[in-house]
Write a protein that binds this ligand. Structure first.
Ligand code: GLA
Length: 737
């Protein structure tokens, strides 16, 4: 076929380089990491040594690592043609460089009958994207077991960090030393999973938020997946991810192909904050990104779930709407319980008609009241599911997905076996075009009938034993869900969609390509949320992370927190309420209204700036903030998550500002004299009226902080002094005492 190009491929952007050499005929990945600059040495002189007891050639780390080149780590491609053609020998047949920072590399093996086309680009901001498309050129079916996207990691990396979790405790970090061997995180939930890594990172010893080298990947996929760091005995380490395919799930007919999900990757020389910078820049560069850049600020949201649960009574819901509007809420979301037969979570999924008994006038009286108050109306749906106790399941028992090969699993008298129930529900087989069309039709009709601006799109179970016509079908189901979202968005371009999956069970860049925010967790406990949001925010910017002020005593942990801690926590996200706000005591209502006003004031900054997380040595304290890209303003939160070993916190550094600029720092909320938040006989003097300091002083020496009670936080406003305003903030402190 083609001749390998003489020139190596060197993609360089925003401080990151990817270097691929073609001199062996195989795309050899030489470097992913810091920008190497324009001048390269003669790469033909840089082949590795050949050790004893090894292949007689230097082993190439290919774009798709393969045994035919001697790679003994995790292979990039596993597949076969009925047991034959099990080992491909892919060689480059073409390299196209369309625009700066991007390329398409094509490799083929005529004997094995496969071609792989790889798209790779480094986006503005440094986020790398890579995906493969494998084509079956042969005359027989090709069974694909795995096609992985990998990148080399620098030798300096000695530690691995990723995230894990469970329902109500998503996105918790775990760290381990990097030894030889493979660290694999597998997700077999049929959805992304509450325990999904979100980010898998390898870095230099002790890498932190703002120091150390880090190489990190994320797979933009909402089905089964594997992410791994493979430290091979030859001394090389790769990091990568792939879709985890079921037995026989992908069998490619002649002249058909399979495309991997996008692998997203970033390198940072300045810790995890640099990784977030790359992801945030990518998100915010998208033309459809919601938030300040698109001109439409993220509306303050009230979701009624924890206020009423399934108890839908129109007078209560109307009162709630009026109360919310009075507080400054801008979007009102009616959660689960509005559709036919849905009195609890045992029935009704699939019957997407407004329940005539509970809602004799339809949803119109509520929608009209909500929109009449100037708020948007949002509605909860769970389109991928079906209750066995539903008209839909009674009419179409064969639409329930399961392992059976015949058309009607679950029908009395048939031998179809259904998967175990989860929250009493089953999965609707959206690979079945009739089922897909039915759901699309119902959602489309609802969106046409009512002024719905927002869907809370839920997905509340793992896809266990997910099958269509006897074959595993997580892959096809995931694509069917994507298509459902894509088509609905096309038909209703103004409607925003939230991705919820029992909280954060589906947080990934595949779903976020077609939704406008995620519900990070069903846990509204501010203490838990401090961790969940901090680590979800590693990848997902705050304007896409729903974060609500919940009830005083959390419904999922029974912990009680002051409003100030709940509000300071919810502030660093897409702010909202999930609380029965109808009967708040006078001062609490005033305080909540002031908090909402404060959020609106800082919303443009919070939803566009750089996320900064200090490497705070006291484990009881956390400091994070958002700094505007021009360094002119910032909002920080100092948060106490436990009692400290220290009597007082001493000086805490505020990093990320312009070193030579002069700033004014003011304590914003809660007020210094709030006795619930602080335990001290005197607070540091600057807290009363603010202080002027340079960015360098704030970052290197810091400010003395008050003694926060555990599970409390303090908001700090930072504004750069201009020529005519000597370092004055425009912020208005919330007075709550
Ligand atoms: C899931 C969601 C919740 C709520 C309920 C409704 O658990 O995560 O926020 O919408 O469903 O049943």
């Amino acid at each position: 076929m083609g001749v390998p190009p003489a020139e190596p491929l060197h993609l360089r952007r925003s401080g990151t380089s990817l270097l691929i050499d073609f001199s062996t005929g195989e795309p050899a990945m030489l470097h992913f990491g810091a920008d190497l600059g324009p001048a390269l040495p003669d790469l033909s002189l840089l082949g590795d040594a050949v050790p004893h007891s090894a292949l007689d050639i230097p082993v190439t780390l290919g774009l798709i690592p393969q045994a035919s080149s001697g790679w003994r780590g995790r292979p990039g491609l596993r597949g076969h043609r009925n047991g034959q053609a099990f080992s491909a020998r892919l060689r480059v047949v073409g390299v196209e460089q369309a625009e700066a920072g991007s390329a398409v590399i094509t490799q083929a093996d005529a004997e094995a009958g496969v071609t792989v086309r790889t798209e790779v680009r480094i986006n503005d901001g440094g986020l790398l994207q890579l995906r493969h498309r494998l084509h079956n050129d042969g005359a027989d079916p090709y069974s694909l077991d795995e096609l992985a996207a990998v990148l080399p990691v620098g030798r300096a990396a000695t530690e691995v960090l990723d995230l894990t979790g469970r329902w109500c405790r998503e996105s918790h970090p775990q760290r381990l030393p990097l030894h030889q061997g493979t660290w694999v995180r597998s997700g077999r939930h049929g959805r992304t999973g509450h325990d999904a890594p979100l980010l898998l990172a390898a870095g230099t010893a002790g890498f932190g938020n703002r120091h150390g080298q880090v190489w990190a990947v994320h797979l933009g996929w909402s089905g089964n997946h594997e992410s791994f760091v493979d430290a091979v005995a030859d001394g090389r380490t790769v990091i990568g991810a792939s879709e985890l395919l079921g037995a026989g799930e992908i069998v490619l007919a002649p002249d058909t192909g399979y495309e991997t999900p996008w692998l997203f990757a970033a390198y940072s020389a300045a810790g995890l904050d640099g990784i977030s910078d790359a992801f945030y820049a990518w998100f915010r560069g998208r033309p459809h990104h919601p938030g300040s850049r698109s001109g439409k600020a993220r509306p303050v949201t009230l979701n009624v779930w924890e206020a009423v649960y399934f108890d839908h009574r129109l007078p209560v819901l109307l009162e709630l709407a009026e109360s919310a509007a009075g507080l400054g809420v801008e979007r009102y979301v009616l959660d689960d319980g509005w559709f036919r037969g849905r009195r609890n979570d045992t029935a009704g999924l699939g019957d997407w008609y407004v329940d005539e008994e509970r809602w004799p006038g339809g949803l119109a009286p509520l929608v009209d009241a909500v929109t009449g108050h100037g708020m948007e109306f949002g509605l909860w749906v769970e389109p991928e599911m079906i209750s066995e106790d539903s008209d839909l399941a009674r009419a179409h028992p064969d639409w329930i997905a399961g392992p059976a090969t015949h058309a009607t699993p679950g029908l009395p008298g048939s031998n179809g076996r259904l998967p175990e129930r989860w929250r009493h529900q089953q999965v609707l087989d959206l690979v079945n075009p009739d089922a897909w069309q039915y759901v699309f039709g119902r959602l489309d009709a609802l969106l046409r009938e009512y002024r719905i601006s927002y869907l809370k799109w839920d997905q509340n179970r793992d896809l266990t034993e997910m099958g269509h016509a006897g074959r595993p079908s997580v892959h096809d189901q995931t694509l069917a869900v994507y298509r459902l979202l894509d088509e609905l968005r096309k038909a209703h371009p103004g409607v925003e969609i939230e991705s919820c999956s029992s909280g954060g069970g589906r947080v990934d860049l595949g779903i976020l390509e077609r939704t406008d925010r995620i519900w990070a967790s069903d846990c509204n406990d501010a203490l838990e949320r401090q961790t969940i949001q901090r680590w979800t925010g590693l990848v997902v910017p705050p304007e896409l992370v729903g974060s609500h002020v919940g009830p005083t005593t959390s419904h999922t942990t029974a912990r009680t927190h002051d409003l100030s801690f709940r509000a300071v926590t919810a502030m660093f996200g897409h702010f909202g309420l999930e609380w029965d706000v109808r009967h708040l005591a006078g001062s609490e209502r005033t305080e909540l209204a002031a908090v909402i006003a404060l959020f609106k004031e800082y919303r443009p900054l919070l939803h566009s700036g750089r996320m900064v997380r200090a490497d705070e040595p006291d484990p009881s304290l956390r400091l994070h903030g958002v700094v505007s890209h021009d360094g002119a303003e910032a909002l920080f939160a100092l948060v106490s998550v436990a009692t400290s070993y220290a009597e007082f916190p001493g000086r805490i550094c505020l990093p990320g500002l312009l070193p030579d600029a002069a700033y004014r720092v003011e304590a914003l909320y809660p007020a210094a004299e709030d006795r619930r938040a602080f335990l001290q006989t005197e607070h540091p003097a600057w807290l009363a009226g603010g202080v002027d300091a340079t960015g360098r002083f704030l970052a290197e020496s810091g400010l003395p902080m008050p003694v926060l009670n555990p599970e409390h936080g303090l908001l700090l406003a930072v504004r750069r002094a201009t020529a005519d305003t000597p370092a004055a903030t425009g912020g208005h402190a919330v007075r709550n005492s």
